[in-house]
Design a protein around this ligand. Structure first.
Ligand code: DSN
Length: 430
């Protein structure tokens, strides 16, 4: 009876009904309902988050979960892999076709695992690698001392320019000459500008290094033709599938043919055991979606929306690192407001705007409480929002920062953020 009431209370389609789960574990089912409501009623501005389609989630929540398939298609260590071989081949072929890559391994469980396996395919512990440090906009796996990357390898960092906040490729070249890395890593988690892949390739060739581009953040923009592709320039390209790609949580490694066997062995048995076949199936669905015209429109809209949001913020006097954005993300400098990232993130949660506190070069804060917040357009664009809504969001952000302690402002912003959310529902209920 309780199950039936919940089912009829608006949660009635294939994804939200979950009759078996509601019967088996009502407590967990209720938490899932709460999280769906939270997602529906908040403006998701964390640039690494997005909305997977119903088709992707249907593949993910399936009996493909049940199969062990260590190895690669055609060379598995377990019987019964005839069908999952076809599933993985679909994902691999679609990935190669989408990005024009020689080889793809679609098994990494996440972006960090993809980087770990890609590094281990050609590097030995202690080898020198040049990457963008975490406090410069890089990722944990680009050499942070608290990550396997910084502990296993001799990571050296290149930095952004003190004056512009942008990469200066002469400085990157000088740093590469200085440290003679075996690999250069290009990629970021919070750099709001395009990377010059040809420059990175040229620097890597000059110093005899391999080039790995971590396009975790912008893979979907590349797939949709809204961003230059690193694939022709790099020996390895890694990415995540749950950010701008709008797929299931996971990672992928692409590489030149010469590294294909080493990469496959480095993923399994090198750094992982069995692949998650349900996630690989969902990645296959995602790659198919990325090949279509709708996705191209989406990717271009993500970039236009980020530009509109950045313009809306800048025109209200809010300072952004590097002055704006070329991609899907931007970082607000909170110092002029005398605010810190942690308090802002918490206050924004209260008013239905989800952001994350983020460091930026020369910020002077701490990693846990930096002086910036990072915003992005991928998720709100997936809801169907456009430039007009970006201006509305910029206005809400601006009001919050200007009248930070004012409860009337907070109530008004909450009212307006909720109204916006209601106009652009998530795809999971209807
Ligand atoms: N944690 C991710 C992000 O938010 O950017 C990076 O993988």
């Amino acid at each position: 009876m309780a199950v039936q009431q919940q089912v009829t209370a608006g949660v009635h389609n294939g994804l939200t009904a979950k009759p078996a789960l509601r019967a088996a574990d009502p407590e967990l089912a209720a938490l899932m309902d709460d999280e769906l409501t939270r997602q529906e009623e908040t403006l998701e501005l964390i640039p690494s988050e997005n909305l997977a389609s119903v088709a992707v989630l249907e593949a993910l929540g399936s009996w493909l979960n049940n199969k062990y398939a260590e190895g690669v298609p055609g060379k598995r260590y377990y019987g019964g892999c005839q069908v999952v071989d076809e599933v993985e081949n679909l994902a691999r072929d679609r990935c190669r076709e989408l990005f024009g890559a020689d080889h793809a391994n679609v098994q990494p469980h996440s972006g960090s695992q993809a980087n770990m396996a890609a590094y281990a395919s050609v590097l030995s512990p202690g080898d020198t690698v040049l990457g963008m440090a975490l406090d410069q906009g890089g990722h944990l796996t680009h050499g942070s001392a608290v990550s396997f990357s910084g502990r296993l390898y001799n990571f050296q960092a290149y930095t952004v320019s003190d004056t512009t906040g942008r990469l200066d490729y002469d400085e990157v070249r000088a740093r590469a000459r200085q440290v003679s890395p075996k690999m250069i890593v290009a990629g970021y988690s919070s750099y709001p500008r395009l990377l010059d892949f040809a420059a990175f390739e040229d620097i890597a060739r000059e110093v005899g290094a391999l080039l790995l581009v971590d396009m975790a953040h912008f893979a979907g923009l590349v797939a949709g033709g809204a961003h230059p592709s690193p694939v022709p320039h790099a020996d390895f390209v890694t990415f995540t599938t749950h950010k701008t790609m709008r797929g299931p949580w996971g990672g992928v490694i692409m590489c030149r043919a010469a590294h294909a066997d080493a990469v496959d062995k480095s993923v399994c048995p090198g750094t992982q055991g069995g692949p998650q076949m349900h996630a690989i199936a969902a990645k296959a669905v995602m790659f198919k979606q990325c090949q279509g015209p709708e996705f191209r429109t989406y990717a271009h809209q993500v970039v236009s929306n980020a530009a509109a949001l950045a313009w809306g913020l800048a025109s209200r006097g809010i300072e952004l690192t590097t002055g704006g954005t070329d991609n899907h993300l931007m970082v607000i400098d909170l110092r002029p407001f005398n605010l810190r990232g942690r308090a802002v993130q918490t206050a924004f949660d209260e008013v239905g705007i989800t952001v994350n506190a983020n460091a930026f070069p020369g910020h002077g804060g701490t990693p846990y409480n930096p002086n910036g917040i990072r915003l992005g357009s991928p998720s709100v664009t997936s809801r169907g929002m456009g430039e007009a809504e970006m201006d509305e969001i910029a206005d809400l952000v601006s009001r919050m920062l200007r009248d930070f302690d004012d409860q009337t402002t907070r109530a008004l912003v909450r009212q307006r953020s909720l109204a916006l959310c209601r106009r652009f529902p998530l795809p999971y209920r209807s």
